[in-house]
Structures are given as structure tokens and as C-alpha cells.
Design a binder for this molecule. Sequence first.
Ligand code: TPP
Ligand code: MG
Length: 625
Amino acid sequence: MRAERVGFGAPFDYKSPWMNDTVNAAPKPNAAVESVPRFGSDCIAEMLRVLDVPYVALTPGASFRGLHDSLVNYLGNERPELLLCIHEETAVAIAHGYARVTGRPLAVALHANVGLMHATMAIFNAWCDRIPMLVLGGVGPMDAAARRPWVDWIHTSSDMAALVRDYTKWDDQPASVAGALESILRGYRIATTAPQGPVYVCLDAGLQEAAIASPPPLPDLDRYPPPRVVDPPPQAVAEIAAMLGRAKRPLLLIGRVANDCDSFARRVELAERLGARVITDLKTAASFPMPHPLHPFPAGIYISVEAGALVREADVIVSLDWVDLAGSLRQACGGQLPAARVIQCSLDSYLHRGWSKDYQSLPPADVFMLADPDRLVSALLACIGDSRRAAAQSPPALPPSTAAEATTHSAGTDGRISIADMARVTSASAAAHRPSYVRLPLGWPGEYCRFAEPLDFIGFDGGGGIGSGPGMTVGAALALRGSGRLPVAVLGDGDYLMGLTALWTGVHYRIPLLIVVSNNQSFFNDELHQERMARMRGRPIENRWVGLRMDDPPLDLAALARGQGAAGYGPIRDAAALEAALNSAIRDVQAGSTCVVDVRVAPEYARTVSSTLLQHIPNDKDNGA
Ligand SMILES: Cc1ncc(C[n+]2csc(CCOP(=O)(O)OP(=O)(O)O)c2C)c(N)n1
Ligand SMILES: [Mg+2]
């Protein structure tokens, strides 16, 4: 059975002339695989195979040594295969990146309370990004009489799931093997039903390790199908279609939507039929062709000043599950709500709870459609004609665009390259190789976001938890292996360093990918915050770097890659050297390598990025990441 792809659409084509699965030369176990389950965890491992979970990302621990043994010695480390990670945060980030590309959940195995604690930020990222994931934990033995002295006691907690309950969709700690099978199946269904998210199932070590006389039957998945998703109510669709039919300046805000080609094409069709302008952002994956005339301004993490004019001028705004609709509208309209009538289409409110405020400010909605946004697009296409298409081809003139963003150039003088030059050279070098951008840093100039197809850009990390970049890149690249696409991540040096050891997993499993480090030797985003604080308080802005720069001693990022078996280039200090390094690195990736290029960039962001990040927004004083 293939995993259901609710919210992501149909699988894409994995066939490719290069980067195929045969490069995976990681060692295999030499065990004779058994055919009859003898222990609780043998059944649990089989359940993962029934669900067609391709990989279990893990950082090992004795609390799931039973499951680990079953995956290796009972199933032979195939379907699912273990992915060894050096840090639990990486294991979750890999599952996150993989699901971003494929829509399929991976399982992640986490050791007791300590492994779960290490993983929490990454689980939070996945939660905020609405990513399906089957997080498995070990605990106990819950039977105190069976615990080893000391270590089993410190690693056993009551209600382990309490650590993650506020940012997982569901959790369970089953008390029998039969219960564990049901729990895993239920969790899988919950995780993959929109709005998607991680679930946590905690497995008692005693239950895993106990010998079983008669194994409980594995469920027939045909009897437990994924829930059918209902179509938006026709009457409400007709109402929205009528509003759009009367609109003179309709606007689509495209947020969390499916990443398959058909859904992508339907959005283009709808925009063209309506003559609607489109705004996308970089929090979510590529969802509309950015070179299209109806998408006049580059995407950013926030709506740019220029794109904000579209919001102010619009008379009907349709949000297709736009992340932070209210905040974005207010930002575009100087703290006010827009004059336009607003249609919000999202299932997200099913997930909203108390602890995390990632549900964002309450959006105004003249029509609130609690539905899958891609289904609304299909339903609208079925009842909106083609008569306005001519208008779409020649949209009314916009205010003069500053889309080609001005940037501060400081290249060459101090052995650093401007971020604009790094972006230009990187984009140009990758362009011929069907790049899939897994991540872009906050300072990336919007003009180099020319995404035209699904998977040209994978999205952000959801929760703004730095350190996810390398792991998400490895996970996305694993999913892209064999697709003919070049996985490229441009990571901040802070992000790279926090998640560094994910590279080892990439190398170990022969996962080809390219990481370009935008190395300003600083947690630079916070330099802007410190500068702002100093300005507001009349204090010396020259001190903005203190406690943030990482240049004494300088970190050798390429050596840190080479030290893990990856190819490492740099530090690169000028555009010509960058072009040469990238060309060589791309050849390495095509030959199967995990590659890092360290680029020394000036401490700056593209002007429009920094001004948007730091602008004062009413009700939202601190708007940085
Ligand atoms: C886990 C975590 N710690 C701290 C932050 C605060 N933070 C946001 S951006 C940032 C700087 C990231 O540095 P880097 O990746 O080098 O990017 P740069 O801003 O320098 O381009 C920090 C520390 C965060 N978002 N997540
Ligand atoms: Mg940095």
C-alpha cells in the first residue's frame, strides 16, 4: 500500500538518468531474516512495513532496543530501513524534509525522555509546518520490577508524551502488542489526514521485548482506509464564485497547498480565468509560477512593501490557507484591515489549541470555508467561466516595481562577497540542473526566487527553529534521489553549525546534495535586532555584533564537512571562485556526493528583506525570526 497523500497530491516521477538508488552503498546486515514474529517488537516492526513506511530515522537508545533488533534482525533492515542520525533533532528534521517532498511520513525512533527532549524543537517545527510524521518513542520498562538499576529509572517518565502533547496531533502509550498495532495504525491515519502533523506513540520497552506466544493479526488496511475528504459545500462555492465574478481586482494569497503538478496547474488556470493577481511566500513551498505575469512581485518570508500594494488595491482576496492571514493583511495595510472582502479557505483551525500561538492572529473573513484549499480551487473552476481570461493576459499597470531589489554591495574589499552576488552566481550555476531549493536564508534577495514548478522550492522549517536546515536538506535530498533534480540548500552559518552532523548521515547513506553556506560569521539576524534596540535607546550601534559574531576563531565550515566525509569547498571569497567551486561541487553531487560550499558573505541582508524584517508593525513589535 502506498501512503495516502492527503494535502500533497499525486506522487511525482522518480525516474532519472542520474542520481539513482544504486548509489546507496551503505552497509547492509548479514542476518538470516526470520519469518515468524517471536517478540512484541517484531509485530510492531511488521506494522511499519504494512504501512509502507520507507525509513525509520533514529538516534539509538536502549528503550527501543527491542524494536531496533526487530527492524534489523527480523525485517532485515529493509522496508523500513534505518537511517542513523547523530542527533535526535536531525532525525526529526530528516523526516520533515522527506515529507516536504513526498507527502509521506517517515517514522522516527527516539530514546526515552532524553531522546525526546533532544527532538522537541524539530517536532515543533514539523507541527508548525503541518508535516505528517510517526514519532515513536521508547520508555520504561513501565513495570518497575523489570527495570535495571539506575539507568532505566532515570530514563523512565510517567506521561512521556506530555513533553510534546502541545505540538503533536495525537499521542498514545499502548499497553499490549495488539494495542500497539492499533495505535500505530491510528497514529498514521491521524498524521496523514489534513491538516497533517506529527503524532507520538510511546512503546514500553517491556512490551517490545516480551516474547509472544501467538502474534496478534496485522490489520487489513483495506478495512481501515484513510478518511474521505469532503468537497466544499456547493452553495458556499457558488457564493464565492459570484463574489469573484463581480471583483475588479481579485487577489489570491496562496499558502499551504498541494505540491503536485495538477493542483499547481489548476491554480494557474483559476488565476488566469479570474485575472487575479497572486502572492506567494517563502514560508511555504512553490505553489504558483513566479515568472507568471499575474505573480508580479517576488516571494519573501513576509509580504514585501511592493506586493502589499496588491493587498491594498484588491476588492476580493482569497486566502488558500495562507500562513498568518491576519498578520499579513495588517502588515500590508499599515496596521488596518484591507477594504477588500476576504475569503479564507483552510482546515487549519481543526488543529488550533492553547499552548502554541502558531495559529496566528484571528483573520477577518467575510466567507470562512473550512475546506481543503485545492478542493476549493477545483470547485471554483467547475463554476467559473473563461470570459475574463483576456484581462489576465494584460493585467492593469502596477505601480513601478522595485522587484529587482537593491542590495548593498560590499564585495571584494574585505574578502567577502555580497549576498546579491552569491545569490546571482548560485542561481546561475544551479539553473541548468533542475534545482530544488530546500532552504534559502533570510537575507536571500527575492529576485532570485524564480520558482516555476512544484518542488522548485520546498519551503521553510515551519517553526523558525534554527538548526533544522542540514537535516531537512538531507531528508529532502533523500526523497529527491533519483528524481533528476539537484537538491540545493542555502543555509546561514548559524543554521549549518547547529545542525552540522546531519551531513554525516547524508554521506553515510550516499545522499547527493549541495549545501551553500551563506557564511557571514554571525547570527546576523540578531545583529539587526541589536542595532534596532541600540537605535531606539540612543546607544552605540557599533556594538551590535557583540555576542553574535563567530569569527574569533573563524570556523572552517568546509573542513567541518570534510571531517564527516563530505566534499567541502571554501572559504570562497569572490564571485569567480564561487562559480568555479559550484561547477565542481555540482559535478560531485551528480557523482553522488554530499557537498558543502562555504561562502564568506558580507554581514548584510538584501535591503528590502531587512527593512521588511525590522519594520514596525502595530500589534507586532518584534517581527524578526
Ligand atoms: C533554535 C533557535 N535559536 C535561536 C533563534 C533566533 N535566531 C533567529 S535567526 C538567527 C540567526 C541565524 O544565523 P544564521 O543561520 O547564520 O543566519 P544569518 O541571520 O546570519 O543570515 C537566530 C539566532 C532561532 N530562531 N532558533
Ligand atoms: Mg550567519
